[in-house]
Design a protein around this ligand. Structure first.
Ligand SMILES: [Zn+2]
Length: 188
């Protein structure tokens, strides 16, 4: 965004506030010091996820929710936790303003959040997402979690801990999507 007064392409944000469907930022040009305002709004369509095999798929909040819900099933988490994680990630994605995001980036964000919230949910999500091949790999991650050290690097070409059938069974117990919400800006 260029300064409307002098055309310079850099500014500092001096004030930022949430409005109905986005963020209003008051900026000051780093060259001429004039002030101007920008509005950042949600763009609900047009964000694509780059899958492992390089295929592109439109970002789908429902799919993100389903993945997190499976991991959090029957865990003692406050209601709304799953939705909050999905909201935060979605808001971050739109805020980042990219047209394409690798699925691994989204997966890592979920892992990071679950690690703070609930270790069992974290391990469940990791077992599907990281596709642990065997109990040894799983044990390494659990040990790393218990000792507070960084987890070992993900191994490739492995089978999920839960079978597809088990995951589908879990998915069937879900309520249908209550509603589709636009991302909300939860942070400044
Ligand atoms: Zn200027």
């Amino acid at each position: 965004m260029n300064c409307p007064h002098c055309g310079y392409n850099d500014s500092k944000v001096i004030d930022s506030r949430e409005i109905n469907d986005g963020i209003r930022r008051r900026r000051q040009c780093l060259k001429c010091s004039n002030r101007y305002t920008t509005y950042e709004r949600l763009q609900p369509a047009g964000l694509f996820v780059i899958k492992k095999d390089e295929r592109r798929e439109e970002f789908n909040r429902g799919k993100l929710l389903t993945g997190i819900r499976k991991a959090c099933e029957k865990r003692p988490l406050p209601s709304g936790t799953v939705e909050k994680i999905a909201d935060d990630i979605e808001a971050w994605l739109y805020r980042a303003g990219k047209l394409e995001v690798p699925s691994a980036v989204i997966g890592d964000m979920v892992m990071e959040r679950l690690k703070e919230l609930d270790h069992i949910a974290y391990i469940r999500f990791a077992s599907v997402y990281r596709e642990f091949a065997d109990i040894t790999t799983l044990k390494k991650v659990v040990d790393a979690l218990a000792s507070g050290k960084p987890e070992p690097a993900a191994a490739k070409n492995q089978l999920p801990l839960l079978s597809t059938e088990e995951l589908e069974e879990l998915a069937k117990k879900r309520k249908p999507e209550e509603r589709v919400r636009l991302a909300q800006f939860n942070s400044k």
